[in-house]
Design a protein around this ligand. Structure first.
Ligand code: UT7
Length: 335
Protein backbone atom coordinates (compact mmCIF):
# COMPACT_ATOMS: atom_id res chain seq x y z
CA UNK A 1 0.00 0.00 0.00
CA UNK A 2 1.54 3.28 -1.07
CA UNK A 3 0.66 6.36 1.04
CA UNK A 4 -2.89 6.42 2.36
CA UNK A 5 -5.36 8.81 0.76
CA UNK A 6 -8.14 9.35 3.29
CA UNK A 7 -10.25 11.37 0.85
CA UNK A 8 -11.60 8.19 -0.76
CA UNK A 9 -14.99 7.52 0.75
CA UNK A 10 -16.70 4.94 -1.36
CA UNK A 11 -16.74 2.77 -4.44
CA UNK A 12 -18.34 2.81 -7.86
CA UNK A 13 -19.06 -0.06 -10.23
CA UNK A 14 -17.22 0.27 -13.53
CA UNK A 15 -17.61 -3.08 -15.26
CA UNK A 16 -18.90 -6.62 -15.13
CA UNK A 17 -18.04 -9.85 -16.90
CA UNK A 18 -18.88 -13.53 -16.79
CA UNK A 19 -18.01 -16.87 -18.27
CA UNK A 20 -19.58 -20.33 -18.32
CA UNK A 21 -18.20 -23.56 -19.79
CA UNK A 22 -19.72 -24.80 -23.07
CA UNK A 23 -20.73 -28.27 -21.88
CA UNK A 24 -24.47 -28.39 -21.07
CA UNK A 25 -25.99 -30.97 -18.74
CA UNK A 26 -29.79 -30.97 -19.06
CA UNK A 27 -32.25 -32.41 -16.56
CA UNK A 28 -33.08 -35.14 -19.08
CA UNK A 29 -29.43 -36.16 -19.18
CA UNK A 30 -29.14 -36.21 -15.35
CA UNK A 31 -32.12 -38.57 -15.26
CA UNK A 32 -30.00 -41.08 -17.22
CA UNK A 33 -27.64 -41.13 -14.22
CA UNK A 34 -29.92 -40.90 -11.14
CA UNK A 35 -33.57 -41.65 -10.43
CA UNK A 36 -35.08 -38.23 -11.16
CA UNK A 37 -36.99 -36.43 -13.90
CA UNK A 38 -37.07 -33.09 -15.69
CA UNK A 39 -40.51 -32.45 -14.13
CA UNK A 40 -39.28 -33.05 -10.56
CA UNK A 41 -36.16 -30.89 -10.92
CA UNK A 42 -37.96 -28.09 -12.78
CA UNK A 43 -40.88 -27.89 -10.36
CA UNK A 44 -38.76 -28.15 -7.16
CA UNK A 45 -35.88 -25.89 -8.22
CA UNK A 46 -36.63 -24.02 -11.47
CA UNK A 47 -33.43 -25.46 -13.00
CA UNK A 48 -33.47 -26.92 -16.55
CA UNK A 49 -29.78 -27.25 -17.26
CA UNK A 50 -26.33 -26.37 -15.93
CA UNK A 51 -22.82 -25.96 -17.34
CA UNK A 52 -20.11 -28.47 -16.50
CA UNK A 53 -16.38 -27.83 -16.82
CA UNK A 54 -14.39 -30.04 -19.11
CA UNK A 55 -10.62 -30.12 -19.61
CA UNK A 56 -9.32 -26.55 -19.78
CA UNK A 57 -12.17 -25.05 -17.75
CA UNK A 58 -11.00 -24.57 -14.19
CA UNK A 59 -11.51 -21.77 -11.68
CA UNK A 60 -8.38 -19.96 -12.86
CA UNK A 61 -9.46 -20.05 -16.52
CA UNK A 62 -13.09 -19.17 -15.83
CA UNK A 63 -12.18 -16.43 -13.36
CA UNK A 64 -9.62 -14.99 -15.78
CA UNK A 65 -12.15 -14.80 -18.63
CA UNK A 66 -14.79 -13.16 -16.40
CA UNK A 67 -12.24 -10.68 -15.02
CA UNK A 68 -10.95 -9.77 -18.50
CA UNK A 69 -14.52 -9.03 -19.67
CA UNK A 70 -15.09 -6.78 -16.61
CA UNK A 71 -11.80 -4.95 -17.26
CA UNK A 72 -12.74 -4.45 -20.92
CA UNK A 73 -16.10 -2.98 -19.94
CA UNK A 74 -14.38 -0.67 -17.44
CA UNK A 75 -11.89 0.26 -20.17
CA UNK A 76 -9.00 0.03 -17.70
CA UNK A 77 -5.32 -0.28 -18.38
CA UNK A 78 -4.61 -3.64 -16.69
CA UNK A 79 -1.46 -2.23 -15.06
CA UNK A 80 -3.62 0.19 -13.02
CA UNK A 81 -5.36 -2.60 -11.08
CA UNK A 82 -4.32 -2.65 -7.41
CA UNK A 83 -6.24 -5.60 -6.00
CA UNK A 84 -7.79 -8.89 -7.15
CA UNK A 85 -10.01 -10.85 -4.77
CA UNK A 86 -11.22 -14.24 -5.95
CA UNK A 87 -14.15 -15.80 -4.09
CA UNK A 88 -14.05 -19.54 -4.59
CA UNK A 89 -14.42 -22.79 -2.68
CA UNK A 90 -12.95 -24.84 -5.50
CA UNK A 91 -9.59 -23.30 -6.37
CA UNK A 92 -7.46 -24.86 -9.09
CA UNK A 93 -4.63 -24.62 -6.55
CA UNK A 94 -5.34 -24.93 -2.82
CA UNK A 95 -2.63 -22.35 -2.18
CA UNK A 96 -4.81 -19.88 -4.09
CA UNK A 97 -5.91 -19.32 -7.68
CA UNK A 98 -6.02 -15.50 -7.61
CA UNK A 99 -2.24 -15.22 -8.24
CA UNK A 100 -2.56 -17.30 -11.45
CA UNK A 101 -5.38 -15.01 -12.60
CA UNK A 102 -3.19 -11.98 -11.80
CA UNK A 103 -0.39 -13.46 -13.90
CA UNK A 104 -2.67 -14.39 -16.83
CA UNK A 105 -4.11 -10.88 -16.85
CA UNK A 106 -0.66 -9.31 -16.60
CA UNK A 107 -1.91 -7.24 -13.65
CA UNK A 108 1.60 -7.05 -12.22
CA UNK A 109 0.84 -4.22 -9.76
CA UNK A 110 -2.14 -6.00 -8.17
CA UNK A 111 -2.04 -7.98 -4.95
CA UNK A 112 -4.22 -11.04 -5.43
CA UNK A 113 -5.70 -13.52 -2.98
CA UNK A 114 -8.55 -16.02 -2.58
CA UNK A 115 -11.43 -15.75 -0.14
CA UNK A 116 -13.62 -18.71 0.80
CA UNK A 117 -17.20 -18.24 1.92
CA UNK A 118 -19.03 -20.70 -0.36
CA UNK A 119 -22.17 -19.20 -1.93
CA UNK A 120 -21.80 -15.99 0.12
CA UNK A 121 -18.27 -15.66 -1.24
CA UNK A 122 -18.83 -13.06 -3.94
CA UNK A 123 -20.69 -10.73 -1.62
CA UNK A 124 -18.10 -11.16 1.13
CA UNK A 125 -15.31 -10.54 -1.42
CA UNK A 126 -17.03 -7.44 -2.79
CA UNK A 127 -17.41 -6.04 0.72
CA UNK A 128 -13.80 -6.97 1.60
CA UNK A 129 -12.37 -5.34 -1.53
CA UNK A 130 -14.48 -2.22 -1.03
CA UNK A 131 -13.00 -1.78 2.47
CA UNK A 132 -9.48 -1.71 0.98
CA UNK A 133 -10.61 0.97 -1.48
CA UNK A 134 -12.36 3.04 1.17
CA UNK A 135 -9.35 3.01 3.50
CA UNK A 136 -7.54 4.84 0.74
CA UNK A 137 -4.65 2.62 -0.23
CA UNK A 138 -5.99 1.11 -3.42
CA UNK A 139 -7.91 2.65 -6.31
CA UNK A 140 -8.99 -0.19 -8.59
CA UNK A 141 -10.08 -3.72 -7.73
CA UNK A 142 -11.37 -6.77 -9.52
CA UNK A 143 -13.72 -8.98 -7.54
CA UNK A 144 -14.32 -12.43 -8.97
CA UNK A 145 -16.71 -15.22 -7.98
CA UNK A 146 -15.82 -18.54 -9.63
CA UNK A 147 -16.63 -22.12 -8.75
CA UNK A 148 -16.35 -25.58 -10.22
CA UNK A 149 -18.61 -27.54 -7.89
CA UNK A 150 -19.12 -30.25 -10.53
CA UNK A 151 -15.77 -31.68 -9.42
CA UNK A 152 -17.06 -32.13 -5.85
CA UNK A 153 -20.66 -33.21 -6.41
CA UNK A 154 -21.63 -36.80 -5.70
CA UNK A 155 -23.14 -37.60 -9.10
CA UNK A 156 -24.98 -40.54 -7.54
CA UNK A 157 -26.78 -38.36 -4.96
CA UNK A 158 -30.00 -37.15 -6.57
CA UNK A 159 -30.79 -34.90 -3.58
CA UNK A 160 -27.85 -32.61 -4.37
CA UNK A 161 -26.38 -33.29 -7.84
CA UNK A 162 -29.33 -31.71 -9.62
CA UNK A 163 -28.57 -28.26 -8.17
CA UNK A 164 -25.04 -27.34 -9.08
CA UNK A 165 -23.17 -26.04 -12.12
CA UNK A 166 -19.92 -24.23 -12.94
CA UNK A 167 -19.20 -20.63 -13.91
CA UNK A 168 -17.59 -17.31 -13.07
CA UNK A 169 -18.50 -13.65 -12.81
CA UNK A 170 -16.55 -10.50 -11.98
CA UNK A 171 -16.93 -6.81 -11.18
CA UNK A 172 -14.48 -3.97 -11.68
CA UNK A 173 -14.82 -1.49 -8.81
CA UNK A 174 -13.10 1.83 -8.23
CA UNK A 175 -12.56 4.13 -5.23
CA UNK A 176 -14.65 7.31 -5.27
CA UNK A 177 -14.37 10.67 -3.54
CA UNK A 178 -17.90 12.09 -3.33
CA UNK A 179 -20.35 9.21 -3.05
CA UNK A 180 -20.55 5.52 -2.24
CA UNK A 181 -22.45 3.15 -4.52
CA UNK A 182 -22.06 0.37 -1.99
CA UNK A 183 -24.81 2.02 0.00
CA UNK A 184 -24.80 -0.46 2.87
CA UNK A 185 -24.07 -4.06 3.75
CA UNK A 186 -24.30 -6.72 6.42
CA UNK A 187 -22.67 -10.14 6.83
CA UNK A 188 -23.50 -13.05 9.11
CA UNK A 189 -22.09 -16.47 10.02
CA UNK A 190 -23.57 -19.30 12.07
CA UNK A 191 -21.04 -22.10 12.30
CA UNK A 192 -23.37 -24.00 14.65
CA UNK A 193 -25.51 -24.81 11.60
CA UNK A 194 -22.50 -25.51 9.37
CA UNK A 195 -23.23 -29.25 9.33
CA UNK A 196 -26.14 -28.69 6.91
CA UNK A 197 -23.84 -28.08 3.94
CA UNK A 198 -20.25 -29.27 3.72
CA UNK A 199 -17.45 -30.17 1.37
CA UNK A 200 -15.33 -31.80 4.09
CA UNK A 201 -11.77 -32.98 3.96
CA UNK A 202 -11.26 -36.73 3.93
CA UNK A 203 -7.94 -37.52 5.59
CA UNK A 204 -6.84 -41.10 5.13
CA UNK A 205 -4.22 -42.18 7.64
CA UNK A 206 -0.95 -43.23 6.13
CA UNK A 207 2.56 -43.41 7.55
CA UNK A 208 5.70 -41.50 6.68
CA UNK A 209 8.00 -43.85 8.55
CA UNK A 210 7.37 -46.28 11.43
CA UNK A 211 5.33 -44.61 14.23
CA UNK A 212 4.92 -41.31 12.37
CA UNK A 213 1.58 -41.03 10.63
CA UNK A 214 0.25 -38.38 8.32
CA UNK A 215 -3.20 -37.65 6.97
CA UNK A 216 -3.41 -37.53 3.20
CA UNK A 217 -5.18 -34.53 1.70
CA UNK A 218 -8.43 -35.12 -0.19
CA UNK A 219 -12.09 -34.12 -0.02
CA UNK A 220 -15.37 -35.97 0.30
CA UNK A 221 -18.17 -34.95 -2.06
CA UNK A 222 -20.69 -32.24 -1.09
CA UNK A 223 -22.97 -33.28 1.76
CA UNK A 224 -26.21 -31.33 2.01
CA UNK A 225 -29.34 -31.35 4.12
CA UNK A 226 -31.48 -29.63 1.48
CA UNK A 227 -34.53 -29.04 3.63
CA UNK A 228 -32.53 -27.35 6.42
CA UNK A 229 -30.64 -25.15 3.95
CA UNK A 230 -33.93 -24.23 2.33
CA UNK A 231 -35.52 -23.28 5.68
CA UNK A 232 -32.41 -21.28 6.64
CA UNK A 233 -32.49 -19.32 3.37
CA UNK A 234 -36.19 -18.42 3.36
CA UNK A 235 -35.97 -17.33 7.00
CA UNK A 236 -32.66 -15.43 7.17
CA UNK A 237 -32.47 -13.76 3.75
CA UNK A 238 -35.63 -11.62 4.13
CA UNK A 239 -34.58 -10.67 7.68
CA UNK A 240 -31.10 -9.45 6.68
CA UNK A 241 -32.45 -7.58 3.64
CA UNK A 242 -35.31 -5.95 5.56
CA UNK A 243 -32.93 -4.80 8.31
CA UNK A 244 -30.46 -3.41 5.76
CA UNK A 245 -33.14 -1.50 3.85
CA UNK A 246 -34.45 -0.05 7.10
CA UNK A 247 -30.98 0.91 8.32
CA UNK A 248 -30.16 2.67 5.04
CA UNK A 249 -33.63 4.31 5.02
CA UNK A 250 -34.82 2.63 1.81
CA UNK A 251 -38.20 1.05 1.19
CA UNK A 252 -38.60 -2.07 -0.94
CA UNK A 253 -40.51 0.08 -3.48
CA UNK A 254 -37.28 1.94 -4.14
CA UNK A 255 -35.46 -1.27 -5.08
CA UNK A 256 -35.16 -1.69 -8.86
CA UNK A 257 -33.74 -5.22 -8.73
CA UNK A 258 -33.63 -8.01 -6.19
CA UNK A 259 -30.54 -10.11 -6.91
CA UNK A 260 -30.31 -13.23 -4.79
CA UNK A 261 -27.85 -16.09 -4.85
CA UNK A 262 -29.35 -18.39 -7.48
CA UNK A 263 -30.02 -21.51 -5.41
CA UNK A 264 -33.65 -22.40 -6.04
CA UNK A 265 -36.45 -20.49 -7.80
CA UNK A 266 -38.74 -21.25 -4.85
CA UNK A 267 -36.29 -19.44 -2.53
CA UNK A 268 -36.22 -16.42 -4.88
CA UNK A 269 -40.04 -16.33 -5.04
CA UNK A 270 -40.45 -16.71 -1.29
CA UNK A 271 -37.96 -13.92 -0.46
CA UNK A 272 -39.60 -11.67 -3.08
CA UNK A 273 -43.03 -12.29 -1.52
CA UNK A 274 -41.76 -11.49 1.97
CA UNK A 275 -40.19 -8.23 0.81
CA UNK A 276 -43.18 -7.42 -1.42
CA UNK A 277 -40.90 -7.10 -4.44
CA UNK A 278 -42.72 -8.12 -7.64
CA UNK A 279 -41.44 -11.00 -9.80
CA UNK A 280 -40.48 -8.66 -12.67
CA UNK A 281 -37.85 -7.11 -10.40
CA UNK A 282 -36.26 -10.41 -9.34
CA UNK A 283 -33.33 -11.45 -11.52
CA UNK A 284 -33.17 -15.16 -12.27
CA UNK A 285 -31.05 -17.24 -14.62
CA UNK A 286 -30.83 -20.46 -12.64
CA UNK A 287 -32.96 -22.18 -15.24
CA UNK A 288 -29.89 -22.13 -17.52
CA UNK A 289 -27.03 -22.40 -15.03
CA UNK A 290 -28.26 -23.88 -11.74
CA UNK A 291 -26.37 -22.94 -8.61
CA UNK A 292 -22.84 -21.84 -9.55
CA UNK A 293 -21.97 -20.99 -5.91
CA UNK A 294 -19.77 -17.86 -5.66
CA UNK A 295 -20.46 -17.05 -9.32
CA UNK A 296 -24.25 -16.69 -9.26
CA UNK A 297 -24.58 -13.01 -8.29
CA UNK A 298 -22.07 -11.52 -10.77
CA UNK A 299 -23.22 -13.98 -13.46
CA UNK A 300 -26.88 -12.99 -13.26
CA UNK A 301 -26.00 -9.30 -12.87
CA UNK A 302 -23.61 -9.29 -15.82
CA UNK A 303 -26.32 -10.82 -17.99
CA UNK A 304 -28.80 -8.10 -16.91
CA UNK A 305 -26.23 -5.33 -17.41
CA UNK A 306 -25.31 -6.53 -20.91
CA UNK A 307 -29.04 -6.85 -21.80
CA UNK A 308 -29.62 -3.26 -20.62
CA UNK A 309 -32.01 -4.38 -17.91
CA UNK A 310 -29.82 -3.03 -15.10
CA UNK A 311 -29.10 0.62 -15.92
CA UNK A 312 -26.87 3.31 -14.42
CA UNK A 313 -28.09 4.36 -10.96
CA UNK A 314 -30.48 1.42 -10.55
CA UNK A 315 -30.85 0.35 -6.92
CA UNK A 316 -30.05 -3.31 -6.31
CA UNK A 317 -30.76 -5.25 -3.13
CA UNK A 318 -28.60 -8.37 -3.15
CA UNK A 319 -28.07 -11.31 -0.83
CA UNK A 320 -25.77 -14.31 -0.86
CA UNK A 321 -26.26 -17.32 1.42
CA UNK A 322 -25.06 -20.87 1.83
CA UNK A 323 -22.46 -23.08 3.47
CA UNK A 324 -20.89 -21.92 6.68
CA UNK A 325 -23.65 -21.30 7.27
CA UNK A 326 -23.06 -17.78 6.04
CA UNK A 327 -25.19 -15.06 4.58
CA UNK A 328 -24.90 -11.43 3.66
CA UNK A 329 -26.66 -8.55 1.99
CA UNK A 330 -25.67 -5.42 0.17
CA UNK A 331 -27.55 -2.41 -1.12
CA UNK A 332 -25.92 -1.17 -4.32
CA UNK A 333 -26.40 1.64 -6.79
CA UNK A 334 -25.10 0.41 -10.15
CA UNK A 335 -22.57 2.72 -11.71
O1 UT7 B 1 -26.18 -22.55 -2.04
C1 UT7 B 1 -27.03 -23.27 -1.21
C2 UT7 B 1 -27.13 -24.65 -1.77
N1 UT7 B 1 -28.20 -25.45 -1.31
C3 UT7 B 1 -29.51 -25.15 -1.46
O2 UT7 B 1 -29.90 -24.11 -1.90
C4 UT7 B 1 -30.49 -26.22 -1.08
C5 UT7 B 1 -31.82 -25.71 -0.67
N2 UT7 B 1 -32.78 -26.79 -0.69
C6 UT7 B 1 -33.47 -27.11 -1.81
O3 UT7 B 1 -33.33 -26.45 -2.84
C7 UT7 B 1 -34.45 -28.24 -1.74
O4 UT7 B 1 -34.51 -28.74 -0.43
C8 UT7 B 1 -34.13 -29.43 -2.71
C9 UT7 B 1 -34.35 -28.98 -4.14
C10 UT7 B 1 -32.66 -29.88 -2.54
C11 UT7 B 1 -35.03 -30.61 -2.43
O5 UT7 B 1 -36.38 -30.20 -2.55
P1 UT7 B 1 -37.45 -30.55 -1.40
O6 UT7 B 1 -38.73 -30.05 -1.87
O7 UT7 B 1 -36.90 -30.00 -0.10
O8 UT7 B 1 -37.41 -32.12 -1.42
P2 UT7 B 1 -37.19 -33.13 -0.20
O9 UT7 B 1 -35.76 -33.21 0.16
O10 UT7 B 1 -38.21 -32.81 0.87
O11 UT7 B 1 -37.63 -34.49 -0.86
C12 UT7 B 1 -38.97 -34.77 -1.25
C13 UT7 B 1 -39.03 -36.11 -1.93
C14 UT7 B 1 -38.33 -37.20 -1.17
O12 UT7 B 1 -39.06 -38.41 -1.37
P3 UT7 B 1 -40.02 -38.99 -0.21
O13 UT7 B 1 -39.14 -39.19 0.97
O14 UT7 B 1 -41.07 -37.91 0.01
O15 UT7 B 1 -40.53 -40.23 -0.83
C15 UT7 B 1 -36.99 -37.33 -1.85
O16 UT7 B 1 -36.43 -38.62 -1.77
O17 UT7 B 1 -38.37 -36.02 -3.19
C16 UT7 B 1 -37.36 -37.03 -3.28
N3 UT7 B 1 -36.25 -36.52 -4.06
C17 UT7 B 1 -36.23 -36.60 -5.40
N4 UT7 B 1 -37.08 -37.15 -6.30
C18 UT7 B 1 -36.76 -37.05 -7.60
C19 UT7 B 1 -35.16 -35.84 -3.62
N5 UT7 B 1 -34.41 -35.50 -4.66
C20 UT7 B 1 -35.04 -35.97 -5.79
C21 UT7 B 1 -34.75 -35.90 -7.15
N6 UT7 B 1 -35.62 -36.45 -8.02
N7 UT7 B 1 -33.65 -35.30 -7.64
Amino acid sequence: MEGLNFKQIGISFKGSGSYVPDQILTNQKISQKVDTSNEWIKSRTGISERRISSLGDNVTEMGYKAALAAIEMANWDIKTIDLIVLATSTPHDLFGSAPSIQAKLGASKAVAFDLTAACSGFLFALITASQFLKVGGYKRAIVIGADQLSSFVDWNDRRSCILFGDGAGAFAIEATYEFDNLIGFDMRTDGERGCFLNLPSKNNKDSIIDNIDFLSGAFSPIQMNGQEVYKFAVREVPIILEKLLKKMKYTSDEVDWLVLHQANQRILDSVGDRLKIPKEKILSNLEKYGNTSAATIPLVMDEAIKNNRIKQNDIIATSGFGAGLSWGAALIKWG
